[in-house]
Design a protein around this ligand. Sequence first.
Ligand SMILES: Cc1ncc(COP(=O)(O)O)c(C=O)c1O
Length: 390
Amino acid sequence: MAADRIDMLQASLPFYQWYGASPHSRRAGEPGVVDLLFGNPHDMPIPAYVEALRRHAEPQNSSWYAYMLDHPAATEVVARDLTAHTGLPWDRDDVAMTTGGWGAIATAIRMLTDPGDEVIYYDPPWFFYDILVRGAEAVPVVLTLQAPRFSPDPDQLAAAITPRTRAVILNTPHNPSGRVLDDSELAAVAEVLSDASARHGRPIHLLSDEAYRLIVMDGRRSASPAEHYEHTLVLYSYGKQLLAPGQRIGYLAISPRIGLAERQALRQAATVTRFVSSWGFPNNVLQRALPDIAHLCIDMGAIQRRRDHLVPVLEEHGYEPTMPEGTFYVMARSPDPDDEAFVARLAAQDLYVLPGSTVNMPGWFRISLTGSDAMVEEAARRVPGLRASR
Ligand SMILES: Cc1ncc(COP(=O)(O)O)c(C=O)c1O
């Protein structure tokens, strides 16, 4: 790849540049460090998860570790779960297993675009949408979700669509705002996309990033955009519900509301795209284990308790925090307009959070509730003094 192209791709990842200069990678894991930076685990993994991995790593025949594309046990469980969640009749042949949600997003973008095609996504985004779109030689078109509702504006979306628009990425529950879009918001997006698809004579695909579908609070259900829009691909990661993001398994699922001939073309595209992207299939131990791990989830009660402990303290001290409905994250306003400077001052006290500027939200910072109870309690204790930290 040409050096200027590598520079351009790296520039599209402000998070990576910021992180390179952060002391976090050296200090994480040391005693006394309050690490609320990433959605990483800080408690031991779910025992049943570890047990399932152990069981399925044990070979039962000579081909246990043979090459494998999509394992039927995995695609079957995905189709069944999506059917139960959405009420639509998902077909396991429409499920493409991927190396995490990341692999699903990368596969979807690549399989739907040619160089110069446009992909719409929303700010604040997941860090890697931009580089994945540009890496596929497509063109990112960025719309904004305004605080405090972080709701997609249908008129803004309609105005952004052109004859080159191939896909719109929508993330709900939304990292980093914690918003879970409701049915009326999803229906409004669907209406815009249906009209624009009809007008341009080809479908605009909705790439539904549902990595946090089960990471919801207060008894909520996170509706899938697939319930509202026909041309949807659901993109999923098991890394969030299992809080095991280094054990990479996820999927891309093609909506059963798409006609069969078109689904067959999309299946073929998903397979070929995974071939050309470094064997984009998850390893077979994880695929075999999926029926045993697909229904495990971290303790959402603990995540919610941490939210309910921290958010009122932030509110009391003027940080105007979000009250997440889902995901692991709380966003709050930085007392210093230079959020990176504020975050660096916290890092000097071994308290790590993410500056909002890395997700195009300058003047904010993000706190991850995947820190242990002790870390979140310590952060809450320090909040009153943080504003003054210099
Ligand atoms: C919104 C969103 N989508 C997708 C992903 C990718 O998930 P994974 O790394 O488990 O593939 C993440 C991970 O942080 C995310 O936050």
